[in-house]
Write a protein that binds this ligand. Structure first.
Ligand SMILES: Nc1nc2c(ncn2[C@@H]2O[C@H](COP(=O)(O)OP(=O)(O)OP(=O)(O)O)[C@@H](O)[C@H]2O)c(=O)[nH]1
Ligand SMILES: [Mg+2]
Length: 442
């Protein structure tokens, strides 16, 4: 996501850093380029103008130009302003003080309402009893789609009786159903249209006054650019939105909507959809998002992903072993199993602030088939070999290759990867003081 913008900003900042001491002219040139990069990312013109003006005011101050690290300060200012543009604070979804908590998902056709509905419900499985309700009777397949997704996520589902056409009626029955069975978080999936239109708005308003939801969440497809901002304003006028859900941030979205929609509507972005899988939904954190755009890596996001999937016992054992400053094959094996559980690997890798020469670990090297081979290789080692991979020489390599049904080449690769991981661990071990226990991961 934001790939183009990321690249452009990268270039601009690299240029600045190369300069050492900055003049006002240097800053002006850099900001002109920042401005162009944002416009190319399809950010609303007025939003860009105000943003760049704010950055300029701060960046040409004496404190910055006369400091020892002016370029770093400019980057920091850009970071802070971009973050504040999308909302400085993380705004969590509201939980009713007296259950049930209800959310209405609204938005244009195809924006990701149904998917997001289940993705968000899934996040409530720990500690709550979520229910999703099919109130989209526009498309014949819509009810079925929600039912299937809810099934996959093991979330309870409520839908219309055969032939039942009135979404407000279904919502009413759903509320009673939830009360009877003690569902305490209810998410209503609603119909989308190609354009904001009167019948759609009336239907949503009727549902709103019946359900009295804690949240009316507008689902916004971030691939749609500036158009999304207009849509958001229109929905907000009629329904008074409480939050935005940005979807498809994993796509090649230029990012315009994500950057501008909050500042234009004043509605906080609460959740972010970052992929097709049901676990690809996270609380929106502007600071983290901008860190990703500026190439600072997203340690926090990675930590969360790990915590959601981590097996505590295994991780503890590994942390123990790592404390003794070793990274054994056992650790690599734990890692691989962990990584397999975490889901799409490219996403995990993207969150890591890896040095250039480590980027090769992305993609091919981390594909699931390869991981299975790596696992097989490690399992064919003796305990002594796993603890002490240095002893694995020629004949042992052949034996392991045969035992695992792979090749000596593969065994060599695993040993090499282990070496790299060991390096990574050492590196993060040194930089991991700021409370990030990254060595636990790799
Ligand atoms: N890559 C990616 N795809 C997504 C994301 N969210 C939704 N999608 C996809 O977008 C498509 C439309 O999603 P739906 O949830 O059906 O959208 P909807 O708003 O309910 O659509 P209608 O009910 O037709 O109005 C589906 O193919 C989803 O898999 C996301 O965060 N990332
Ligand atoms: Mg839908």
């Amino acid at each position: 996501m934001f790939d183009v913008l990321k690249e452009r900003l990268d270039g601009i900042f690299k240029n600045l850093r190369g300069k050492g001491k900055l003049t006002e002219e240097d800053v002006a040139v850099a900001l002109r380029e920042v401005r162009r990069a944002l416009l190319e990312a399809d950010v609303n013109y007025k939003v860009v103008k105000d943003l760049v003006e704010r950055i300029r005011e701060r960046a040409v101050g004496r404190d910055v130009l006369e400091s020892i690290t002016p370029s770093q300060q400019v980057v920091t200012i850009v970071f802070e302003e971009l973050r504040d543009l999308m909302g400085r604070d993380v705004v969590p979804l509201v939980i009713a003080s007296r259950p049930p908590t209800s959310y209405m998902m609204v938005g244009l056709q195809g924006s990701g309402k149904t998917t997001s509905c289940v993705k968000i419900a899934r996040r409530f499985l720990k500690g709550h009893k979520p229910l999703v309700v099919a109130c989209d009777h526009q498309r014949p397949a819509a009810v079925e789609q929600l039912r299937v997704l809810a099934d996959q996520a093991k979330v309870a589902f409520f839908g219309p009786e055969p032939g039942e056409k009135d979404p407000v009626g279904v919502a009413r029955r759903a509320l009673r159903f939830a009360e009877d069975r003690l569902y305490d978080v209810i998410l209503f999936d609603t119909a989308g249209r190609l354009h904001v239109d009167e019948p759609l708005m009336e239907e949503l308003e009727a549902m709103k006054s019946l359900v009295e939801p804690e949240e009316i969440l507008l689902v916004v497809d971030s691939m749609t650019g500036q158009e999304a901002v207009n849509v958001a304003s229109a929905f907000n006028e009629r329904l008074t939105l409480t939050g935005l859900v940005l979807t498809k941030l994993d796509g090649d979205a230029r990012g315009g909507a994500a950057l501008a929609v909050r500042s234009v509507t004043g509605v906080p972005i609460k959740m972010a959809g970052v992929g097709e899988h049901l676990e690809d939904m996270e609380p929106f954190d502007a600071g983290r998002m901008v860190q990703r755009i500026l190439g600072m890596g997203d340690i926090q996001g990675l930590m969360e992903r790990v915590q959601l999937t981590a097996d505590d016992g295994e991780m503890e054992k590994m942390a123990e072993s790592l404390k003794k400053s070793r990274f054994t094959m056992e650790d690599l094996l734990t890692q691989i199993r962990q990584v397999k559980k975490m889901g799409p690997l490219d996403k995990v890798m993207e969150m890591l602030p890896l040095p250039e020469n480590m980027k090769q670990l992305r993609g091919a090297e981390m594909d699931p088939k390869r991981l299975r081979h790596v696992e097989a290789v490690i399992l064919s080692m003796t305990p002594a070999e796993r603890r002490n991979p240095e002893i694995i020489k020629g004949s042992r390599r052949r034996r392991i290759a045969n035992g695992s049904g792979t090749t000596v080449q593969m065994v060599n690769q695993v040993l090499k990867q282990h070496g790299q991981m060991k390096e990574l661990w050492k590196r993060f071990g040194k930089s991991g003081k700021k409370g990030f226990k990254l060595p636990k991961l790799f």
